[in-house]
Design a protein around this ligand. Structure first.
Ligand SMILES: C[S@@+](CC[C@H](N)C(=O)[O-])C[C@H]1O[C@@H](n2cnc3c(N)ncnc32)[C@H](O)[C@@H]1O
Length: 320
């Protein structure tokens, strides 16, 4: 297989660790043994790295990777991530880890998701409501060019790797766009997410796709807490990410982790964010991680809008 876990980007294949991916057998954390009745939090569930090595829990992995209160070790983590991407060509195939052909189904699913959100949250878009988006970890501007720029009047791009951002500037220059002059790429920020604070109330949507895995949990939480101030009233985040079946998978080469859906939900909770809507990506090759889209708000959704939880426990169910 060309696309090895060790060099896995987004989207990422996990088939080369196939049989080792027995998460259910991951060692239980000490907390679990001491208090057997307390359910495990996702951070207490074991995970793997791209060589198939097991970690007892996320804490063990983060201590090893970024240390505890050790700024030097943490900046090594981030620098290695940036160094990795500095060696990747500024093309769609490059930013998609050799899976350039998933660009079309990715954009199609994102567009359907965005359309639903815009219709519900910004019904007057295009009729006087000037829409602004931020594309985080934008790479070469693939998501902006194929999607965001068609819906938003202004899109800002944030990307720490300068040759990607330069390529985005070219790709999004007015002469290379097929949109009216009411739509433009406005600002290009060469900054990593963990160092970015947006201007207050600038954005209707902050789009975060295939880059949040580079952030350690504490920086993930701090980023979303800071970035909330950048949302206009009624604005929301869209997070689109690879999803591990359980726990997490660490990519040692590019210094990123793939989190499980439950892991993400625990982090959203700690960020004070609510899931307004979520959807699975369809039509990706089977060997790739599952991908989910989450629309996240700062206000608790009204009862009718809350995503319905699967009720699989505490009620009668047929044994199949
Ligand atoms: C898989 S690419 C995805 C690019 C783009 N979001 C897309 O979907 O086409 C991952 C991107 O995350 C960027 N990245 C890496 N570390 C980052 C960080 N700390 N903050 C923001 N972006 C980061 C990389 O430079 C790269 O452009």
């Amino acid at each position: 297989m060309i696309f090895h876990m060790g060099t896995a980007k987004a989207p990422i294949s996990y088939c080369n660790i196939g049989s080792q991916f027995q998460i259910a057998d991951a060692p239980k954390s000490p907390a679990r043994r001491a208090f057997p009745c307390r359910p495990l939090t996702q951070m207490e569930i074991g995970g793997l790295d791209s060589d198939g090595r097991m970690f007892r829990n996320a804490d063990e992995m983060w201590r090893e990777q970024v240390g505890v209160g050790d700024p030097q070790k943490k900046s090594q983590w981030y620098n290695k991530g940036i160094n990795y991407w500095e060696g990747v060509e500024a093309t769609v195939d490059g930013v998609l880890g050799g899976y350039g052909h998933v660009n079309a189904p990715d954009i199609k699913a994102s567009e359907d998701f965005l359309n639903t959100i815009l219709a519900e949250r910004f019904p007057d878009a295009g009729r006087g409501h000037h829409l602004v988006a931020l594309d985080c970890g934008s790479g070469i501007g693939r998501v902006t060019k194929n999607l965001l720029i068609r819906y938003f009047n202004e899109v800002d791009l944030l990307e720490p790797v300068s040759h990607f951002l330069e390529s985005a500037r070219v790709n999004l220059a007015p002469e290379n766009l097929m949109v009216s002059d009411l739509h433009k790429a406005a600002n290009f920020y060469c900054v990593p997410l963990q160092e970015f604070t947006p201007d207050a109330e600038r954005y209707d949507v902050i789009w975060v796709q295939w880059c949040i895995g580079h952030l350690a949990d504490d920086d993930f939480i701090a980023f979303f807490k800071r970035a909330k101030v950048g949302l206009k009233p009624g604005g929301l985040f869209v997070l689109k990410e690879n999803i591990a079946r359980t726990g997490f998978v660490l990519d040692k080469e590019d210094k990123s982790i793939t989190r499980s859906d439950s892991y993400f939900k625990e982090l959203f909770n700690q960020c004070g964010l609510y899931i307004y809507k979520m959807k699975d990506q369809k039509e990706f090759p089977d060997e790739l991680f599952a991908v989910k889209m989450y629309a996240l708000t700062t206000e608790m959704p009204r009862q009718g809008n809350r995503p319905r939880l699967k009720r699989t426990t505490n009620r009668p169910a047929i044994i199949r």
